[in-house]
Design a protein around this ligand. Structure first.
Ligand SMILES: [Zn+2]
Length: 222
């Protein structure tokens, strides 16, 4: 079993505290779905002494400590791995792939048109096919900032989801699609939807995700 502390969009005092070590000692990976500042993520991952994977949101899109001379939007943070458009194998068995940003609404950073997101998703197909050939599945976790179109998204221009994500989930059927971007203010707000075989979870604030990736045809090379 792999436990993931997924965080997104809002800083929580209960995580930005040294007691995070006691509360989440059984977690294996910290995953940010975007719109969080780097000092917050760095604090959580270093206090827990865990690896950090992240995608950028449409806010906090430019890491202030990105290595000089590299593209601020795509640079890895010192302690984290930017999984935007990248296949990442965690612990030799969990396949995670990310897509950063939101729909384009004011030409800010990490904003994409529907068409551009279609192209970015389609570009990932060869690597997903390779996963399938090597491991018998395309991926386990799809990690994005934005939700899919008409699933846990909203009608105002900045919060419309991506149409390509619906196709992606229907075609590649990850166990989870984790996203942020949509703020949840009510206790009874919908946080999770099942779409084909995928649990789509809004990780606004935080969520602890448990996943048991299937053991099949493991190879040392990925
Ligand atoms: Zn956002």
């Amino acid at each position: 079993m792999i436990r993931i502390l997924a965080v997104s969009d809002v800083e929580l005092g209960q995580l930005y505290s040294s007691s995070v070590k006691d509360r989440y000692s059984d977690v294996d990976l910290v995953l940010s779905l975007g719109d969080l500042p780097m000092y917050y993520l760095d604090f959580i991952s270093s206090t827990l002494n865990l690896p950090l994977y992240y995608v950028l949101g449409n806010h906090h899109a430019a890491p202030s400590r990105a290595r000089s001379g590299t593209d601020a939007l795509s640079a890895d943070w010192e302690s984290g791995v930017n999984i935007h458009q990248r296949n990442q194998l965690f612990d030799g068995r969990l396949i995670v792939m990310g897509m950063e940003g939101s729909i384009r609404y004011n030409y800010g950073p990490a904003q994409y048109t529907q068409e551009r997101m279609w192209r970015m998703c389609i570009r990932r197909v060869p690597s997903l096919m390779m996963n399938y050939a090597l491991r018998g599945r395309y991926l386990d976790i799809f990690a994005t900032h934005s939700p899919p179109f008409k699933i846990q998204d909203a009608d105002d221009p900045p919060h419309i989801g991506f149409k390509a994500f619906r196709w992606f989930l229907k075609t590649f059927r990850p166990q989870y699609h984790l996203h942020g971007h949509i703020h949840l203010y009510r206790q009874d707000a919908i946080r999770e939807t099942v779409y084909y075989q995928t649990r789509i979870v809004n990780c606004y604030g935080y969520q602890v995700i448990e996943i048991d990736p299937p053991k099949r045809r493991e190879k040392s090379e990925f």
